[in-house]
Design a protein around this ligand. Structure first.
Ligand code: F6P
Length: 322
């Protein structure tokens, strides 16, 4: 291989820039030309390519977002769109691609590589941490720290005013952000899509706290929880506990941006470096992850199909320590 490309796709995640930097610098060191594809699969279809040199990735390791930008592409879902993307890659002489993204990205990459003969290797980039084949995804550590700091702040004011807060964090299909940020802030309850909410247990905890006159009550809910969003849950609690002064905070996209943590930068850099090595050593259609500190290669199909499982110990901790 003489020329490879790198792109970021789907929801951006802090640490993507560190990963891009590692891909570019490793590629150049290993003697290949590196092209950046802007705007994810959209840019692939449009031939939105830029040549990357060492300098093009200077001073970005600490930045959130992605210098290559991202998009959710409807055109790439069509055969026509993918055909055009392949034509653009071929015209530019690109022989292999590194994809940084989540399950949507790898689903697209998997379909594409089965239709057209071009090798792809992925690195897991999503704040949701919902990919099988890696302990942590790029962006997750930063997102949980952002959520944790925000919840800490809310707890101060909840305590000052004797209020109950329902705090909604991101995670359309996954509760990993809710779980860790909730445990780290001593939440009374954490509601996630992976487990059915035990409303009786929730009522028990809140009744007890009402009796004890606990000043700050925090419930963390993942946006995809089956009980509905934070407003829906607040309504139900208010009906049951009219004495509680109940407030809702939706943290939203604040969790997607910001400076990546140290752990994030180091892991993203390692995965970027290993992805280039894997691609140049002939690996195909795999996601490069890190499990128990070791690099692990998981076929796209498997990474998409099997979601990461929630650690039962973490669930136990919530019940035991609330
Ligand atoms: O990147 C993952 C994620 O942040 C989910 O947790 C969330 O549901 C979704 O993306 C939001 O996506 P968008 O910014 O496109 O609305």
């Amino acid at each position: 291989m003489k020329k490879i490309a790198v792109f970021t796709s789907g929801g951006d995640a802090p640490g993507m820039n560190a990963c891009i930097r590692a891909v570019v610098r490793t590629g150049l060191k290993m003697g290949v030309e590196v092209i950046g594809i802007r705007e994810g699969f959209e840019g692939m279809i449009d031939g939105n390519f830029v040549s990357m040199d060492r300098k093009s990735v200077s001073g970005i390791i600490h930045l959130g977002g992605t210098i290559l930008h991202s998009a959710r592409s409807d055109r790439f879902r069509t055969k026509e769109g993918r055909k055009e993307a392949f034509r653009q890659l071929q015209a530019a002489g690109i022989e292999g691609v590194i994809a940084i993204g989540g399950d949507g990205t790898f689903t697209g990459a998997d379909i594409f590589t089965k239709e057209f003969n071009i090798p792809f290797v992925g690195t897991p980039g999503t704040i949701d941490n919902d990919l099988y084949g890696t302990d942590f995804t790029i962006g997750y550590d930063t997102a949980i720290n952002t959520a944790m700091h925000a919840i800490d702040n809310i707890k101060d004011t909840a305590n000052a005013h004797h209020r109950l807060f329902i705090i909604e964090v991101m995670g359309r299909d996954a509760g990993f952000i809710a779980l860790r940020s909730g445990i780290a802030t001593g939440a009374e309850a954490i509601l996630i899509p992976e487990s059915k909410t035990d409303t009786e247990a929730l009522t028990r905890i809140l009744s007890l706290n009402e009796q004890k006159k606990k000043r700050a009550n925090i419930i963390v809910v993942a946006e995809g929880d089956e009980e509905g969003g934070a407003f829906e849950i607040a309504k139900k609690i208010k009906e049951q506990f009219p004495s509680f002064e109940t407030k809702v905070t939706i943290l939203g996209h604040i969790q997607r941006g910001g400076r990546p943590t140290c752990m994030e930068r180091v892991m993203a850099s390692r995965l970027g470096m290993e992805a280039v090595r894997a691609l140049l050593n002939g690996k195909r259609s795999v996601m490069v992850g890190q499990v128990h500190k070791e690099v692990v290669y998981t076929p796209f199909e498997k990474a998409i199909k099997h979601h990461q499982r929630v650690n039962p110990i973490l669930m136990e901790m919530v019940e035991m320590l609330a």
